[in-house]
Write a protein that binds this ligand. Sequence first.
Ligand SMILES: [Zn+2]
Ligand SMILES: [Zn+2]
Length: 170
Amino acid sequence: MDSVDQDRLLDEAMIETRRRWGWSQEQIDEFQRERARDREALRQELAAELRERESMEYERRHRDRASGPAMLDLFVPAVGETREQTCAVCLEDFVEGGKKLRRMPCCYHSFHQRCIFDWLRFNRRCPVCRFAMTSVEEQRALDRAKAEAAATCGDGPEATKRRRLDPATD
Ligand SMILES: [Zn+2]
Ligand SMILES: [Zn+2]
């Protein structure tokens, strides 16, 4: 018996009791509507709590992940262009025409894309040398700085207007 059945039986028992108390059909209908509203509110509350717990859990587990855009920017080397011949994550050799490869910036360690992406989603450090890729927070700061630079020194209409109005700031 699931919780919906249990609820229904409980309701029936409560309604039976209220009938014995002499409640009118109208009062019983209203009572049932109220029960339904309460149940729906409770269901929504639990769903919201679950969503929050899941997102907190995601943040905790992926706290030190690499920035997504930085991952997609990683160079795609061909087999033969890499320093190593083996993926240090799965220990399989790189094969011509096989799985797509990605190379870390700076340290130039290469891995299968699938292997290094799965890794970087949890840990932004290179599995071989621990070189740290751009974190999500660093990427956000970079994007903000870029947006601010574009707003103040760009050739956008706002910047041009500002320069014209106040040449002393240049
Ligand atoms: Zn691999
Ligand atoms: Zn490395």
